[in-house]
Design a protein around this ligand. Structure first.
Ligand SMILES: [Zn+2]
Length: 267
């Protein structure tokens, strides 16, 4: 969904074109489902989140004025649906919850490393190991590819707050993946925090002089070189996180819910 220009379809959907509405929903559904699976971490809640979100999009499309990006708006609605689920879940016995199956990682990827199944399942476990706050920013920024301002808007925090949360989340992700991705190398006490620097560089927030100082350090320091390489691999792997296709029966259920809502308007 990120980067895709759906505005012509949205304009038609807002004008009451039912086929355009369904095309918009079909286009955002995979990302909504993936986010729901990763945030709720169980299949049934992810289906409910998908259904609630698509119905909410249908109900509120008339209020979407394109001032924020579509991604920000859709994920803001998805987050609300997730939060409602989780509040409801607090009262539910654990045994009722179907755990998420091993996710499917899409292939083939241009990077042979990313296809590495070991990395794929390590990444999956690492994402599950993050706090909700950290997982959420990684999902929005590094998995779904929202820009920092879009992710900030979806969550409802400032861009600065989003970026500092993102840097901490990437450090946590790297720590989770460390046993898989990084050889044990002694870091020197004088080493800069290269993972934090690298994360800042990705957000365009590293000055040219800090950047060249970091690059120079990386060339001469195996420990920091390995740490940076590990973070790069982890974030590259994030871009390939998939949830598999949405089951046909779920699609049909969601479609029926949307129809039930939109039906009277369709004329
Ligand atoms: Zn170093």
């Amino acid at each position: 969904m990120a980067g895709e220009d759906l505005s012509p379809l949205i304009a038609r959907a807002r004008a009451g074109d039912r086929a355009a509405l369904e095309a918009v929903l079909a286009s955002v559904a995979p990302a909504v489902h993936r986010f729901g699976l990763r945030m709720c971490r169980n299949v049934h809640d992810a289906e409910d989140v998908l259904q609630d979100t698509l119905v909410a999009i249908t109900a509120h499309l008339g209020e979407f004025e394109g001032r924020s990006s579509l991604s920000s708006w859709v994920f803001a609605l998805t987050r609300s649906a997730c939060a409602r689920r989780r509040r409801g879940l607090a009262n539910k016995p654990k045994a009722d919850i179907d755990r998420l199956e091993e996710p499917v990682f899409a292939g083939p990827s241009p990077e042979a490393q990313v296809a590495d199944q070991e990395l794929a399942s390590a990444l999956s476990a690492a994402l599950d190991g993050l706090s909700d706050e950290h997982r959420e920013v990684i999902l929005l920024r590094d998995v779904e590819g929202l820009t920092a301002p879009e992710a900030a808007s979806a969550i409802g925090i400032s861009v600065d707050a989003l970026k500092s949360r993102l840097h901490r989340a990437r450090e946590a992700l790297r720590a989770e993946l460390r046993p898989v991705l990084e050889p044990r190398l002694p870091a020197r006490t004088t080493c800069p925090d290269v993972v934090a620097l690298w994360s800042k560089k990705l957000e365009g927030d590293l000055s040219a002089s800090d950047c060249s100082a970091m690059e120079e350090h990386l060339l001469g320091c195996p420990a920091c070189g390995a740490a940076c390489h590990a973070l790069k691999r982890a974030l590259l792997a994030c871009q390939h996180v998939q949830s598999g296709p949405i089951a046909p029966e779920v699609q049909a259920k969601v479609k029926a819910a949307v129809r039930a809502w939109a039906g009277p308007l369709a004329g």
